[in-house]
Design a protein around this ligand. Structure first.
Ligand SMILES: CC(=O)N[C@H]1[C@@H](OP(=O)(O)OP(=O)(O)OC[C@H]2O[C@@H](n3ccc(=O)[nH]c3=O)[C@H](O)[C@@H]2O)O[C@H](CO)[C@@H](O)[C@@H]1O
Length: 339
């Protein structure tokens, strides 16, 4: 049996790849998990629901605001200090064999505590451009798993630890009750901009079926008015729908792109350009370069442009599904180091 401490939350984009790794590890060996969730965020809710067997500890912490001299950061830094003491207490008691971290501020807190206690650290970066937590933790990690070859350019000092694996995707046995539709997703929190745009597109494309994750009950009600749209506030498990989709329209969060690639679904990517260091734009351009999508910059979107692009991606047709889930490679690498 191995004991794993894990963190990577705040958004679905950090959480789902982490769960994919833990679920794959558990298929190979007996695993006991201590999960550090961010209080009040998606990880707390999803992990308690899907993995009641994990020991889940909620940590009250928020990331630092930019610019770093923001006045609220004084209070946030204090909270990070308190959180670090709490995390260390749990790590000393649980005595994990390793920690797995997939980014976000909670990873930073858990990673630095694990480093002080000499616990082996494994990190995964989902995006082309690594986030602050992964940049800092790479120096202490045993292995740094990345989704894209291009990420090496941003972590030059740690080349020997980097393994390009792709971004893990959660598996599901479930199947959506529909088929041959275009899947429309914001990020894990929905996207107002995509909702507003698609509301203008739907009446023009009555022959095309859409499944749209809206992010709010109000939008679900509004978009359900279109007979060609199945509007859902949140799709869970989303893999059930990716399997049956012919194309997608989405933001360019790393997990959404990973799912397009894993299930072989071509899509239109509208990156959220206010993301830190425009990392969604970099993700989107990389996905386009690899043949998975058409990128439309947010300022250039219009219902007409979307209609023309949907036609192109649907005509492109499905791409071959990936044979191996990146979560398998990561699990093998971790077990190879630990066992
Ligand atoms: C706003 C923000 O900070 N976004 C970042 C966040 O991800 P964010 O959570 O916004 O976006 P991602 O695309 O990475 O992940 C969303 C996940 O939620 C799932 N989903 C979505 C809708 C739904 O109804 N059901 C469902 O399960 C998607 O399928 C996907 O697995 O972390 C990612 C990984 O570091 C980054 O690339 C994103 O830029």
């Amino acid at each position: 049996m191995i004991k794993v401490a894990a963190a990577g939350g705040g958004t679905g984009g950090h959480l789902y790849p982490l769960l994919a790794i833990l679920e794959t590890l558990a298929k190979r060996v007996d695993v006991k998990v201590l999960f550090f969730a961010v209080k009040g965020k998606i990880d707390e809710r999803v992990v308690r629901k899907d993995h009641p067997e994990f020991e889940t500890v909620s940590i009250d912490v928020r990331g630092l605001l930019r610019p770093l001299h923001h006045p609220k950061n004084l209070w946030r830094t204090l909270k990070i200090g308190i959180a670090t003491i709490e995390v260390k207490k749990h790590l000393k008691r649980f005595k994990p064999d390793l920690v797995v971290l997939t980014g976000g501020y909670i990873s930073g807190v858990v990673g630095l505590a694990a480093k002080d206690l000499g616990i082996p650290i494994f990190v995964h970066e989902q995006n082309v451009v690594p986030g602050l937590a992964v940049k800092v933790l790479s120096q202490y990690a045993k292995k740094v798993f990345v989704s894209f070859e291009r990420t090496r350019d941003y972590l030059r000092e740690w080349q020997d630890k980097i393994v390009v694996t792709g971004c893990p995707v959660r598996e599901t046995e479930k199947e959506a009750p529909l088929k041959d539709f275009v899947l429309v997703l914001g990020g894990s929190l929905g996207s107002e901009a995509i909702n507003e745009l698609m509301e203008k597109v739907y009446p023009e494309l009555q022959e095309t079926q859409f499944v749209h994750s809206t992010g709010s009950d109000d939008w679900t009600e509004r978009l359900s008015a279109f007979p060609n749209v199945t509007a859902l506030t949140y799709i869970d498990p989303v893999g059930a729908y990716w399997k049956k989709a012919i194309a997608s329209i989405s933001r360019a969060g790393a997990s959404t792109i990973a799912e397009m690639m894993y299930y072989g679904v071509p899509g239109i990517l509208i990156p959220w350009e206010s993301s830190a260091e425009s990392h969604q734009l970099e993700n989107a351009l990389e996905a386009e370069r690899l043949g998975y999508g058409i990128v439309i910059r947010e300022k250039e979107t219009s219902p007409r442009k979307i209609i023309e692009s949907i036609d192109k991606v649907v005509k492109k047709g499905k791409i071959e599904k990936m044979k191996e889930n990146p979560a398998s490679k990561i699990s093998e690498e971790i077990l190879g180091e630990i066992m």
